[in-house]
Design a protein around this ligand. Structure first.
Ligand code: FE2
Length: 422
């Protein structure tokens, strides 16, 4: 007797299995005949572990147009606008917008998010707000907070001190933004400083690293060195890494083995990288996405992050990690069947690995969180970005949706359109 039984679904590896859930854990996977308090019929549908987003900015989300839109569309105008907004946004404003976003996320089967929280202002209202959001969503959504010195660790008088205050308040991960410090040397020094802080406190480390089109921005190299020095390995992640797109190929042939040796992971953010990078180019215009397939070829875990939804940097977004993977697949040209399947894995298992989530997956003993999609396979899910028919979080059904087929009334030929193929 299970509390909840998910019947007949197709798992991402193509096997068909029932999933029996007791409490907040998966109790059994296979052909199960036992009765259950609740049953989800997933026959013919894809059943996946939940989507995971390892890179987001929840203190800024759903604020598009406040205090005004980003007219140039650049990263730098976005940072400037956010600098104004964070001074007028109250804790209640930020909590309200973040909780609304979390509802969107749950409806899309996105149940774990790492969000960077700006620790620049002395008032630290964003930190206070995100700690409250983390507490409220904990029963159904795992939120990791990163202490993120948006204006640079050293560019403001209290930048370093406020980052440490945020960590003392309970923020989980150490951040960084070396390419935004005043000089390359100060950027490198910030990485030595932040790597030491992460190691001494036993925390994970996730740096906005080389989010620039400058081919000579060399902070990934320094970060990899510090990750190796402190033995942080998979507990460290480099976000964006867009300068790598523009770097000299010979230099990259030296850099990537050093990144692999360090054990660190990588988080490109394709929706935002394709939007913000290349803004200073005429033509040809660079894509600005980091070297995804090349890193994966060396065994470096690379996920896909979302970064922004409706905020000073990005005017669209839906909390759907399949949109993120869809864009990544195109920009990185990952069109081979194995590469398309990998894009789905990147927004599920790989992102979970990057966030060091425990109990993630669809095996007995794992946390009972999953999503049922109106698709037959991971690749079809990427093509359709389909309805999430059911979402289960920690053993409880938290979202349900009816299948969205369209009925046509055509002359002499009534029909129902199903976008699924095969
Ligand atoms: Fe970011």
């Amino acid at each position: 007797m299970f509390d909840l039984l998910v019947k007949g679904g197709t798992l991402p590896d193509g096997t068909v299995a029932d999933i029996g859930i007791q409490g907040d854990r998966i109790a059994a996977v296979g052909r199960l005949e036992a009765r259950a308090g609740q049953v989800i019929d997933a026959t013919g549908d894809l059943v996946s572990p939940p989507f995971v987003d390892p890179h987001f900015h929840m203190d800024a989300t759903l604020s598009y147009g406040l205090p005004r839109v980003n007219a140039s569309g650049t990263l730098l105008e976005g940072i400037s606008l956010w600098g104004e907004l964070r001074e007028i946004a109250t804790v209640e404003d930020m909590v309200g917008r973040a909780l609304a976003y979390c509802d969107w996320a749950v409806s899309m089967g996105l149940l774990a998010i790492r969000t960077h929280v700006d620790t620049t202002p002395d008032h630290l209202r964003g930190v206070e707000a995100m700690l409250e959001v983390k507490r409220q969503v904990a029963p159904y959504l795992d939120l990791q907070l990163v202490a993120f010195p948006q204006d640079g660790l050293y560019r403001t008088a209290t930048g370093r001190q406020n980052l440490l205050r945020a960590l003392d308040m309970g923020v989980d991960v150490v951040g960084g933004i070396p390419h935004f410090e005043r000089t390359m040397e100060e950027g490198a020094e910030s990485l030595r400083d932040l790597g030491r802080i992460a190691a001494e406190r036993g925390l994970m480390w996730d740096v906005h690293c080389d989010e620039t089109d400058d081919p000579l921005s060399r902070h990934v190299e320094t970060m990899a060195r510090e990750v190796t020095r402190h033995g942080l390995g998979r507990r460290a992640a480099g976000s964006h890494l867009t300068s790598m797109h523009s770097m000299d190929n010979y230099y990259v042939s030296k850099l990537l083995p050093l990144v692999a040796e360090s054990g660190m992971t990588a988080i490109p953010n394709p929706l935002i990288n394709i939007t913000l990078q290349g803004r200073h180019d005429s033509y040809p215009k660079r894509r600005g996405l980091t070297r995804v397939k090349e890193m994966q070829g060396l065994g470096i875990p690379v996920g896909w992050g979302q970064d922004c939804v409706l905020d000073p940097w990005y005017s669209l977004g839906t909390a759907d990690m399949l949109d993120v993977a869809f864009m990544g697949l195109h920009v990185a040209q990952m069109t081979h069947p194995a590469e398309m399947a990998r894009c789905f894995t990147m927004v599920t298992e790989t992102n979970a690995q990057i966030m060091n989530l425990s109990g993630y997956g669809l095996r007995p003993g794992c946390t009972a969180s999953l999503v049922v999609l109106d698709a037959g396979s991971p690749t079809e899910a990427l093509r359709l970005r389909p309805d999430r028919l059911a979402v289960v979080a920690k053993g409880k059904i938290v979202a349900e949706r009816r299948r969205n087929d369209t009925r046509l009334t055509l002359a002499g030929r009534p029909a129902t359109v199903r976008r699924r193929h095969g």
